[in-house]
Design a protein around this ligand. Structure first.
Ligand code: ZN
Length: 270
């Protein structure tokens, strides 16, 4: 079976220090967690940024500092910049940090709900972002919050805005979107094009179970405090502990861990 890509999502837009002291928010904290998790087997870092008030921001300067610290440390992890809907408003703002030329960026190919807000991705905005990524050789990771986002991505591929092999992250367990069930996971996986690369991002109590099923099916896994502030019931997570647990399961399943070079091969990027 293909090597396993562990993507680390250390920060996200939602967790605060009041919710968990372990969430990294400053560029120094974020880059330290990424470097530590790279050493533990993560090969992709899904990066968000916060401003001086620790609020989500899409401004390039906040992402730039994290990227600079990673480069300064010589950390070769694949960098994936979030273009998530909670971070900013205008089309240009959603793409601003992509000017840092990361290897990858997230791309939700439709709208859905978060627990208390809308995950708004107007079709025109989605096309704008896909086009921006295509022109700048940034691999889009299609964030599937709802099953319609898969055929939406195939439409973009037909229009020439996405290039095969498509890369999907199946997000399960966000309140207001797809529930974290094995049935939903199987349904989504069966809906993907056969040559697609895919991972799961499971929020909540089913994180370990469904991530393990995904690994057994040949999929990849995203972990991190963005998705789960709890490691187990009543136990706060650290990013390192979340990566370590997936690495142990991967070993038991006979999946070797992918290096950043393996990621590029699996994603079909140069
Ligand atoms: Zn994110």
């Amino acid at each position: 079976m293909e090597k396993l890509i562990i993507t680390l999502a250390p920060t996200g837009n939602v967790p605060t220090k009041a919710m968990t002291q372990y969430v990294p928010l400053t560029p120094a904290e974020i880059s330290n967690d990424i470097i530590s998790c790279y050493a533990r087997g993560a090969s992709v870092a899904h990066i968000h940024a916060r401003d001086e008030q620790n609020l989500p921001t899409t401004e390039m300067k906040y992402f730039a500092e994290t990227v600079r610290l990673l480069n300064e440390a010589g950390c070769p992890i694949i960098k994936q910049i979030s273009t998530g809907a909670r971070g900013g408003k205008s089309d240009e703002a959603r793409c601003e940090a992509l000017k840092l030329n990361p290897e990858s960026a997230s791309l939700a190919t439709g709208s859905s709900n978060f627990p208390s807000s809308v995950n708004a991705n107007d079709p025109k905005l989605v096309e704008y972002m896909a086009d921006f990524m295509l022109k700048n050789n940034i691999k889009p990771e299609i964030e599937v919050f709802d099953s319609a986002m898969i055929p939406n991505a195939l439409e973009l591929q037909k229009k020439g805005l996405l290039k095969a092999p498509l890369l999907f992250n199946l997000v399960l367990g966000v309140k207001g979107s797809l529930a974290a069930t094995a049935r939903n996971l199987f349904f989504l996986v069966e809906s993907l094009p056969p040559d697609a690369a895919w991972s799961v991002s499971v929020i909540g109590a089913q994180h370990v179970n469904l991530s393990t099923i995904a690994m057994a099916l040949g999929g990849h896994v995203r972990v991190g405090i963005e998705d789960n502030i709890y490691f187990a019931k009543g136990v706060l997570a650290t990013n390192a502990a979340l990566v370590d647990r997936i690495a142990v399961i991967a070993k038991a399943l006979g999946r070797e861990l992918a290096t950043p070079e393996d990621v590029k091969r699996i994603w079909g990027v140069t």
